[in-house]
Write a protein that binds this ligand. Structure first.
Ligand SMILES: [Zn+2]
Length: 544
């Protein structure tokens, strides 16, 4: 009896020590996460926008950390650059003149980003439209439109300018004579395709200041000279690699870029007051988590796969970095065992313990991980989702996506380090590590395609069944992926092809592509023109 009691006491002591050790280890992990995230999400890094100084500082920090962990880069380097087109920038040569007055560009007037790089001159009467002359058009039909926060001024301007172009206008200058609170501002990221005439905007103050001078003459000498240039930035993906000389490689990833000062369209901060979007949860949490996984995988000597860690940039601008690395690295998807992506893993809710796992349908191997004891898992089977795993899924790689859920600070300056649940993130990382550890003992998981959400496609009578590359801006629509059973795949269209014509409809970009689609109905047969490499190919296609 005494002996049994001693054994029990010893066993209890052992368990107690072990739990203590684990708790101490967890505390250390949480401390390191806090240190990394606090720096990455600091104002000093200015919201880590792709191609910015803040991104470069973050990249240097992550590279330094990987070095401290004794990990080398991939293919001989840590940082892998990729080009990024950051919209169209107004060049200094751009001028808008009323009479002899040269207007201040941006403060008083600006060209729309879909304007042609052209000159035009005309003696103009506002709202009198003659072919062969510049048209001056009131931006708003009435004061109600001017007072409407949701008035789609860019769409309206584009459609009216395109109409004016058709009717022979040599240029268009919109003006605000209602002093709208929501006055248009230059949008470098405009998705509207470039027109063939110069198009500009005159704000209320400028209209008030300069146009009265010509009241007596009734005609306004207007001169426009527009020069816009694509602004090219360089983004940096950061890699670390454990080369076990294995045939297959596991990719673990997390994007580290964020929204900078929120000047792109994807900030949810209504004020638009240029605050730093710190992006602690999105996605400094995943970035720090990835470094922790690297430490564990290295220390525990997982050997049956090579392990490639990638901190992506350009995710917020449309998965630019992950697409680039899949494209440029010439990844042979048959040599990538699987990919796990962590995006926003820092706000685990301590009472619900809710955790979303995406991509579960991309391999039968994943079902074994969807019922952990300490999390309430919600499963999303689709391989295509709002983050970088999509780029790997499109390349035929089984993927998993880990996410603690949205919150009210999402895409706002208030997504700060002090709001994160570091102990919770430590538990999430232990869960992810456990998947990797289990998979290290299993063969490469089989790949399965998954159904894709059809949000936003229902308004057309027909679809081609392609996933467009929204970041492609070089004329036509670039195909990112094709869906099984749909007209595109049946016609032989492949990922990478560029669609330039549908039937008789020229396709210059998403806009004209959607208009072309709208012209067809179920059962229609036509021809699609694509560019593949150097070749232009015409393929018969049937919509059904
Ligand atoms: Zn994110």
């Amino acid at each position: 009896m005494r002996k049994a009691y001693i054994v029990l006491a010893l066993a209890g002591l052992l368990v107690h020590n072990e739990t203590n050790a684990q708790t101490r280890a967890d505390k250390r992990v949480a401390r390191q996460l806090k240190e990394d995230i606090t720096y990455l999400a600091s104002d000093e890094l200015e919201g880590r926008r792709v191609g910015s100084e803040g991104e470069r500082k973050a990249a240097a920090y992550i590279e330094k950390r990987y070095k401290e962990l004794g990990l080398s880069g991939y293919k001989g380097k840590y940082q892998h650059e990729f080009p990024y087109i950051d919209g169209r920038k107004i060049e200094d040569a751009t001028q808008i003149k009323l009479g002899n007055d040269l207007l201040r560009i941006t403060e008083e007037a600006f060209p729309f980003a879909f304007s042609a790089n052209k000159k035009a001159y005309g003696e103009v009467i506002p709202d009198v439209f003659e072919s062969g002359n510049i048209w001056m058009i009131s931006m708003y039909a009435d004061k109600e439109e001017a007072a409407d926060a949701h008035f789609e001024w860019e769409k309206k301007a584009y459609e009216r300018a395109r109409e004016a172009q058709k009717q022979g206008a040599t240029g268009v200058l919109f003006y605000d004579n209602f002093n709208s609170k929501y006055t248009p501002v230059y949008n470098s990221k405009s998705e509207y395709e470039t027109l063939e005439i110069p198009v500009g905007f005159l704000n209320f103050n400028a209209y008030q200041t300069y146009t009265p001078k010509f009241k007596d003459r009734n005609e306004l000498p207007v001169e426009m000279n527009v020069l816009l240039k694509r602004s090219e930035l360089t983004g940096h993906n950061i890699t670390a690699f454990i080369d076990n000389k294995a045939w297959h490689t596991v990719v673990l990833g997390a994007h580290y870029d964020h929204l900078g000062y929120g000047h792109d369209g994807n900030s949810l901060h209504a004020a638009k007051d240029g605050q730093v979007h710190n992006g602690a949860d999105d996605n400094a949490s995943g970035t720090a988590g990835l470094m922790q996984l690297a430490e564990w995988i290295k220390r525990n000597k997982l050997r049956n796969y090579n392990y490639l860690f990638i901190s992506f940039s350009g995710e917020e601008e449309g998965l630019i970095g992950s697409k680039a690395i899949v494209r440029d690295m010439g990844f042979d998807s048959t040599r990538i065992a699987y990919m796990i992506n962590m995006d926003m893993v820092g706000r685990l809710n301590d009472s619900t313990h809710a955790l979303t796992i995406g991509g579960v349908g991309t391999s039968p191997a994943w079902a074994q991980f969807t019922k952990p004891k300490n999390f309430k898992i919600s499963v999303d089977s689709s391989g295509a989702g709002p983050s970088d795993h999509t780029s790997f899924y499109r390349a035929g790689v089984p993927v998993l996506f880990v996410f603690t859920g949205l919150h009210t600070d999402y895409h706002k300056p208030s997504d700060d380090a002090e709001k994160l649940n570091y102990d919770g993130e430590t538990q999430v990382l232990r869960y992810v590590y456990n998947i990797v550890e289990q998979m290290d003992k299993q063969p490469k998981p089989k790949f399965k395609t998954t159904k894709e959400a059809t949000v936003g496609k229902v308004r057309f009578k027909v679809t081609l069944g392609i996933m467009p590359d929204y970041s492609f801006q070089e004329g036509g629509v670039k195909v990112d992926g094709v869906t099984d059973g749909k007209p595109a795949i049946k016609a032989g269209i492949k990922a990478g092809d560029i669609i330039t014509q549908l039937g008789s409809h020229k396709v210059n970009g998403m806009q004209t592509y959607m208009e072309a689609l709208g012209a067809f109905k179920e059962g229609d047969k036509t021809e699609v023109t694509i560019i593949r490499g150097e070749d232009e190919i015409k393929l018969p296609i049937e919509f059904k």
